[in-house]
Design a protein around this ligand. Structure first.
Ligand code: FUL
Length: 473
């Protein structure tokens, strides 16, 4: 039996909530930055813009949703309100919204159109709503603004069906007359939990963390179990939840290592807090005519995909609609090719129907063959002496393979810390890849090999090892 230090056992016992699992399975989804900034050619509006400027004459949320669906995305998050305070839905609590705009004679509702389009094309729907509001008079007043914000959140969480996510960003700037607001985060969370219990609260929230940059790269080891102090600092400070705990100096959300044994050793309180990668297909988050030539090429997006979805994170890819309210042809072409490329790359899992043997498992129910024969329902469990356990994949014949996809059974926590993948060429086992985190999904890419046998060695685990995915492409 493996001798495991207590702090490692502690890490091994942290598991995701049901809503975090559902979110993780969403994998790849669209961010839609659309609003007043689209019409003023800016990224951060001042809040003084006239609603008369908002007029997306050909608004077509169905075009967006269809495109996202075709590109392999499973959801859409819309900026219902950005920092300028202009609401894309006819909020009862302000006139600074679509209802004061010429668009559809003030009777339109972009949030409703998006929710309906998502439903039609089988996407989940989520909202970005900025607590920072540069228009609203009460901003910076304390409770009055919190009441205002909570009222708006309540509208968004009540009137548009099921939300899979509410996305809060951390920007807290000045409002009118230089006033700043101390957000009552816990109150906001309560509203979401009571009205949308299945929605994750991302970034400035307890469920999903920011990967630490906006260029689309993850850490080499993107752990899901991390010290609690990588969740919202401001909140923790405000609530004084950390009286007895120590926050090490230089703790940054951008640090390269936030979950290794070294990092978790001195922290008594660990949380399941997986990473999301947010990045725009263009230079800006909002549409700017001049960004037309900054649309990223397909291979860049595919790299981002492999480094996020393929590295235990989710990918939130921003696609900004233009002034007409449509996604421009440059972005449309790109997204369609992303969809086509993903179809090609993951066309056929050649491990289906193959043989996957293991040198140990907890019991018959957790034999590795079950994850091939009944994927989704079963997982391999090593038993409690996991280090060095070995799985052998026999494809039955030689195939050209350039990707192996692995996934832990995250309901049982994050356990695997180090692994090596080998391929058999002739009579020799050649090393293909040395890795650390597997987590929900690890896509291992390598130069195409013609091979029949692959071997996975789990070098090091926390308490045991599990796998629910073992695929070959
Ligand atoms: C940031 C915002 O300030 C940007 O405008 C954008 O919405 C980005 C996703 O989050 O914090």
């Amino acid at each position: 039996m493996k001798k495991t230090p207590d702090y490692v056992k502690n890490a091994a016992s942290v598991v995701p909530s049901e809503r975090q699992i559902k979110w993780q399975q969403t994998e790849f989804y669209a961010f839609v930055h659309f609003g007043m900034n689209t019409f003023t050619d800016s990224e951060w509006g001042s809040g003084n813009e006239s609603p008369s400027l908002f007029n997306p004459s050909k608004l077509d949320c169905r075009q967006w949703a269809k495109l996202f669906m075709l590109s392999g995305m499973k959801a859409m998050i819309l900026t219902a309100k950005h920092h300028d305070g202009f609401c894309l839905w006819p909020s009862e609590y302000t006139d600074h919204s679509v209802k004061s705009s010429p668009w559809r004679n003030g009777r339109g509702d972009v949030v409703a159109d998006c929710a309906a389009a998502c439903k039609e094309f089988g996407l989940k729907f989520g909202i970005y709503v900025s607590p920072w509001d540069r228009h609203e008079e009460s901003y910076g007043s304390g409770k009055d603004y919190d009441d205002y914000f909570v009222n708006q959140l309540t509208e968004l969480c009540s009137d548009y069906g099921e939300l899979f996510c509410v996305w809060f960003d951390g920007a807290c700037g000045e409002g009118k007359d230089g006033k700043k607001q101390n957000y009552d985060w816990l109150r906001y969370y309560d509203v979401i939990r009571s009205l949308q219990p299945n929605a994750t609260i991302n970034i400035c929230g307890p469920d999903v963390r920011w990967c630490g940059n906006e260029v689309g790269v993850c850490r080499k080891s993107e752990w899901s179990v991390v010290p609690y102090y990588y969740s919202d600092f401001e909140l923790i400070k405000k609530e004084n939840q950390i009286k007895s705990f120590h926050i090490p100096k230089n703790t940054s959300k951008m640090a390269l290592d936030i979950g290794s044994r070294k990092r978790i050793k001195k922290c008594p309180e660990l949380i399941w807090y997986p990473a999301e990668v947010d990045v725009s297909v263009r230079k800006g988050w909002f549409y700017h005519e001049s960004d037309k030539y900054s649309v990223k090429p397909l291979n860049k997006i595919m790299d981002i995909y492999y480094n996020s979805v393929g590295s235990n994170a989710c990918l939130l890819l921003n696609v900004p609609p233009n002034k007409e309210g449509k996604i421009s042809s440059e972005d449309t072409d790109l997204l369609l090719s992303v969809g086509a490329q993903l179809d090609i790359e993951f066309n056929e899992n050649l491990a289906l129907g193959s043989t996957l043997t293991c040198d140990r498992c907890l019991d018959k129910e957790h034999d590795s063959q079950n994850i091939i024969d009944n994927p989704g329902d079963n997982y391999w469990h090593s038993g409690y002496d996991p280090d060095g356990s070995t799985l052998l994949l026999d494809l039955g014949d030689e195939y050209d393979i350039d990707k192996i996809v692995l996934g832990e059974h995250i309901r049982s926590g994050q356990q695997i810390e180090r692994f090596t993948l080998y391929v058999k060429t002739g009579n020799k086992w050649n090393k293909l890849y040395n890795g650390t985190v597997i987590g929900y999904k690890k896509i291992i890419r390598f130069k195409e090999v013609r091979a029949r046998y692959f071997k996975l060695v789990i070098n090091k685990s926390r308490c045991f090892a599990t796998l629910e995915k073992f695929e070959a492409y």
